[in-house]
Write a protein that binds this ligand. Structure first.
Ligand SMILES: [Zn+2]
Length: 85
């Protein structure tokens, strides 16, 4: 089980578990990214690897999820800053 702030070691579909405010769901994360924090439950969100990224369009990257959008964007900005430094 992984938590927000840890590095994604394997691209795949992850089961995302929140504190009470919403049901668990699944989302795609890519290797090398940082597990984002949820805007409602913060770093208490947990992630469990389910399977390699499926071919189907049924699953979307976690950056499309409104609870994680801000955190994912912040992570990308940090990466850009590092690359440009
Ligand atoms: Zn949450």
């Amino acid at each position: 089980m992984k938590r927000a702030g840890e590095t994604v070691e394997q691209s795949g579909l992850y089961k995302v578990s929140h504190q009470r405010h919403r049901a668990n769901h699944e989302a795609v994360l890519w290797e090398g990214e940082t597990f984002p924090s949820c805007r409602s439950c913060g770093d208490s969100t947990t992630f469990v690897f389910v399977q390699p990224v499926p071919e189907s369009d049924e699953f979307e990257h976690i950056g499309y999820d409104s609870d994680f959008l801000d955190s994912v964007l912040a992570g990308w900005e940090k990466d850009c800053t590092r690359l440009l430094a």
